[in-house]
Each structure stands twice: as structure tokens, then as C-alpha cells.
Write a new protein. Sequence first.
Length: 109
Amino acid sequence: MSLVDWSIGPVDGMALVDWAVGPVDGMPSVDWSVGPVDGMALVDLAVGPVDGMALVDWTVGPVDGMPSVDWSVGPVDGIPLVDWSVGPVDGMPLIDWSVGPVDGMPLVD
């Protein structure tokens, strides 16, 4: 269990708000979500890194099964230092922005 686990809900089997502070047993040190929408949390915010997760991983969405915003700060396990995307449009992110280099990626892509 998390050091702190706080929830309001549920909606469709998920807590409307699920907020945890850890890390415990591989969970991020902070994991905060509001939702869900189509089985994904409307907002999912994590601060780590824990078990290969980015230092910050923040998601708002989803749109067509992809998060409308997916933002991470690392690097952790080959993730760029900053990887930020907004979209998608036809299965591709509308904006995909990264700063590195990490594992052979450009400094800015």
C-alpha cells in the first residue's frame, strides 16, 4: 500500500479521485488521478522515478485511445529528458517535442 492513499468515488469501478504518496511496492512517490473517461483517468499525474517511470509523467485525456496530453521529464530507461506531446490527429500526436540527448536522440527533436 501507499504511504497515503486517498480516494473519492467510485465512478465505473474507479475512484473519482485516487491520490497516493509513496513509493511503496513499485508505485510512484506521488500518483494522482481524476476520472475515469473511457477506462483511462482523466488526469494521471505521477512523480518518481520508480521502476523505470519518468521523473514526472502527466497525462490528460484520452482522445481516440491516446492521451490528449502526455508530458514527461526524465530521463529514465531511455526516455528523453523532456518528451511532450499533444494530440492525436490521425493516430499521430499533434505536437511531439523532446529535449535530450538521451540514448542517441537529438538535443532537440
